[in-house]
Design a protein around this ligand. Structure first.
Ligand SMILES: [Zn+2]
Length: 57
């Protein structure tokens, strides 16, 4: 079984394999946005939060 959803940014179809896991980061093949799997049942992806590279040493 594969997972299917739609990109929240450009509405393109996003298909992922059966080994997809929660919180997995994927890239929309259409707009290149970084997406994160937020739910598996029902399958849902959201735009991944932008991580600022500030590790504050
Ligand atoms: Zn997209």
């Amino acid at each position: 079984m594969n997972y299917e959803s739609f990109c929240p940014v450009c509405d393109a179809q996003v298909k992922l394999g059966a080994n997809t896991v929660l919180d997995e980061l994927v890239e929309c093949s259409d707009c290149g946005s970084e997406l994160v799997v937020t739910c598996l049942d029902p399958f849902r992806v959201d735009e991944a939060p932008q991580v600022e590279e500030d590790w504050g040493q």
